[in-house]
Design a protein around this ligand. Structure first.
Ligand code: 13P
Length: 250
């Protein structure tokens, strides 16, 4: 089967409002004839302004995280209800920067996944191993655990609103990309894990993005791999001149 390619830009903690609106406008213009599925995920404070630019276009709006509770006394957190109100369609969860810099564990990420699904969002669930885990031969086991724990309680009916992003931590922002072969091997493994949980048909349909130093120069070779269905782009998503060629890799 052919899965649709899905290219997402994670802007992380970059851009002021003026810069974000300008980039979003450039992307709307640059991608209007694009053939794939697209998403940009700006910081919370930029969402409302960027929403106004991408509304009605072929670019989805994503948030980079959400709180694990709907509302309440959670200083500094942002609720799914607030995101929905701004027109956000997708939430990135379990990004390695959330896991490792802010100590989010699988149980917390799973709680967020279930809450986001309950409120109708699409979820991009990030998985990926640290360098020392790869060197210890544990890459598959780590990605398996993060996938299984992240999807706990997700029904088969909701699975079509889940996208998995494989982001090896050692490849993020380092300029070191996983080779297309190494990335494809983990994608195939994660697909098998999804198959064990939900059956082969569901696994076949699962979109699995690769993230970690994706650039215009390496995008096509990564996307050519059987199990790589798109990209979650960081640094190269911050300029239209690099994101557009990645998003239009073929
Ligand atoms: P880079 O593309 O900057 O390596 O970041 C990848 C990433 O973390 C996207 O979520």
């Amino acid at each position: 089967m052919t899965r649709a390619y899905y290219i997402a830009g994670n802007w992380k903690m970059h851009k002021t409002r003026t810069e974000a609106v300008a980039l979003a406008k450039d992307l709307v213009a640059g991608l209007k004839d694009g053939k794939h599925t697209y998403l940009i995920a700006p910081s919370f404070t930029l969402l409302e302004s960027v929403a106004a630019v991408v509304k009605g276009t072929n670019i989805r709006l994503g948030a980079q995280d959400c709180a694990c509770e709907e509302q309440g006394a959670h200083t500094g957190e942002v609720s799914v209800l607030q995101l929905k109100d701004l027109g956000v369609q997708t939430v990135i969860l379990g990004h390695s920067e959330r896991r490792h810099l802010y100590k989010e564990d699988d149980a917390l990420i799973n709680k967020k996944v279930l809450l986001a699904l309950k409120h109708g969002f699409e979820v991009i669930l990030c998985v990926g191993e640290l360098l020392e885990e790869r060197e210890a031969g544990k890459a598959e086991a780590v990605c398996e655990r993060q996938t299984v724990e992240g999807l706990k309680g997700v029904t088969a009916g909701d699975l079509n609103r889940i996208v998995i992003a494989y982001e090896p931590v050692w490849a993020i922002g380092t300029g070191k990309t996983a080779t297309p072969e190494d990335a494809d091997a983990i994608h195939a493994y994660v697909r098998k894990v999804v198959g064990n949980l939900y059956g082969a048909g569901a696994a076949e349909k699962m979109i699995i993005q690769y993230g970690g130093s994706v650039k215009p120069e390496n995008a096509a070779a990564l996307m050519a791999k059987e199990n790589i269905d798109g990209a979650l782009v960081g640094g190269a998503a911050l300029q239209a001149s690099t994101f557009v060629p990645i998003a239009k890799f073929n």
